[in-house]
Write a protein that binds this ligand. Structure first.
Ligand SMILES: Nc1nc2c(c(=O)[nH]1)N[C@H]1C(S)=C(S)[C@@H](COP(=O)(O)O)O[C@H]1N2
Ligand SMILES: [Mo]
Length: 297
C-alpha cells in the first residue's frame, strides 16, 4: 500500500492509485446489506461438477493467501463517472476449488449471494478469479461483501459478487439479475480515459489529469487533443501497480493561448485498440465515447 502511494501522482483533484476503503464506490441492489456471520458462513461449489465442495471461513482463511491490486468499474456509470476504484485485495484464487470440484471445460457459472443477488457468466472468466476476504490490509468490510466476495479480472463490477455463498457450475447459460433487466454487464470492461483534474498555474499553464482503465488488456497510451480532436498528443502515464487488472493515472500540461479550448481525451488499450469514439450512455453495455471538456485558456 505504501508502494501504491509512492507511485501515485500528487495532483490536486486527482485521487491516488489506491482508493481508501471509505471512499471506494459502492453499488448494492438493496438499501440494507446482509449481515453475515463468518462462523456460520460457508461457500458451496455445486452443479455440473464431479464433487460438490463446501468450504468454511476457516478453511478459506487458513490457506496460503495472495495479495492482489485490482480495479473495479460499474457498467452503469456515466463515461466520466466516479464508479471506478482500486484496492489491494487479500484472498485465494478460485481455480483451486474449481480444480478440486472437477468442472466441465465449457459454458458457465452462476454466483449466488446472501442478498439473493446472482450473476451468470463464462466459467473461463472465473478460472482467473479470486475470493477476497481482505481489503486494503483489513478484513473485507460489510458494505464490500463481508465475509467473502468474488473478483473477476477485467470484467464489469456486477459479476464481482459480494456476500458470496454459492458457485454453481452450469451446462447451459441463464440470465443473471441485471441481464434480466436488459443489461449486458457480464463481459470484459470497455476502455476508458477519464478527466477529473484541471489545474491552472500562475504562468498560464494548464494541467489535466485522470485515470485510465482497460481491464486485463492494459493501457498502451492516453492521447489528448486540445483542438477538438483535430490533432493528438501523448499524455504522460503514471507508474503501474503490480498486477494484470489495474488502472493507470495520466497527466498532460500545456500553455494554451487565450480563449476557449475543446479538450478531448482517449485511451489506446494494450492490444492497440483506440477507445471507441461513438457516444452512448451506460445502458445496456457500458458508456462509450471520448471525454470532452471545454477549458478556458
Ligand atoms: N451480492 C451482491 N454483489 C454485488 C452487487 C450487489 O448488489 N449484491 N452489486 C454489484 C455491482 S453492480 C458492482 S459495480 C460491484 C460493486 O462493488 P463494490 O460495492 O464493492 O464497489 O459489486 C457487484 N456485486
Ligand atoms: Mo455495477
Amino acid at each position: 500500500m505504501t508502494e501504491a502511494d509512492e507511485r501515485s501522482f500528487d495532483i490536486p483533484g486527482l485521487s491516488g492509485l489506491l482508493t481508501p476503503t471509505d471512499s471506494f464506490y459502492q453499488v448494492d441492489i438493496n438499501s440494507v446489506n446482509p449481515n453475515v456471520s463468518a462462523n456460520r458462513w460457508n461457500l458451496r461449489v455445486t452443479g455440473a461438477v464431479e464433487n460438490e465442495i463446501e468450504l468454511s471461513y476457516d478453511d478459506l482463511t487458513s490457506m496460503s493467501v495472495e495479495h492482489r491490486f485490482a480495479t473495479l468499474r460499474c457498467v452503469g456509470e456515466p463515461l466520466n463517472g466516479e464508479k471506478m476504484d482500486t484496492a489491494l485485495w487479500t484472498g485465494v484464487p478460485v481455480n483451486r476449488f474449481l480444480k478440486a470440484a472437477g468442472t466441465p471445460d465449457e459454458c458457465c457459472v452462476i454466483l449466488r449471494a446472501e442478498d439473493d443477488y446472482y450473476e451468470e457468466f463464462p466459467l473461463s472468466a472465473l478460472r482467473n478469479g479470486f475470493l477476497a476476504f481482505g481489503m486494503n490490509g483489513r478484513l473485507l468490510p460489510r458494505k464490500h461483501g463481508y465475509p467473502v466476495r468474488a473478483l473477476v479480472p477485467g470484467h464489469w463490477g456486477e459479476i464481482n459478487v459480494k456476500w458470496l455463498s454459492e458457485i454453481e457450475v452450469l451446462e447451459k447459460p441463464v440470465e443473471g439479475f441485471w441481464e434480466k433487466k436488459g443489461w449486458h454487464g457480464t463481459g470484459p470492461v470497455e476502455t476508458v480515459a477519464k478527466l477529473h483534474a484541471e489545474n491552472h498555474g500562475d504562468d498560464g499553464t494548464v494541467q489535466l489529469a485522470g485515470h485510465t482503465y482497460a481491464g486485463t488488456r492494459g493501457i498502451d497510451r492516453v492521447e489528448v487533443s486540445v483542438d477538438g480532436g483535430k490533432s493528438w498528443q501523448n499524455a504522460t502515464l503514471g507508474p503501474k501497480l503490480p498486477g494484470p487488472d489495474v488502472w493507470r493515472q495520466w497527466r498532460f500540461e500545456w500553455k494554451p493561448r487565450v480563449g476557449k479550448k475543446d479538450v478531448v481525451v482517449r485511451a489506446v488499450d494494450g492490444e492497440g485498440r483506440v477507445q471507441p469514439e461513438e457516444f452512448s450512455g451506460p445502458f445496456p453495455s457500458g458508456s462509450s465515447g471520448w471525454v470532452t471538456q471545454t477549458i478556458e485558456g
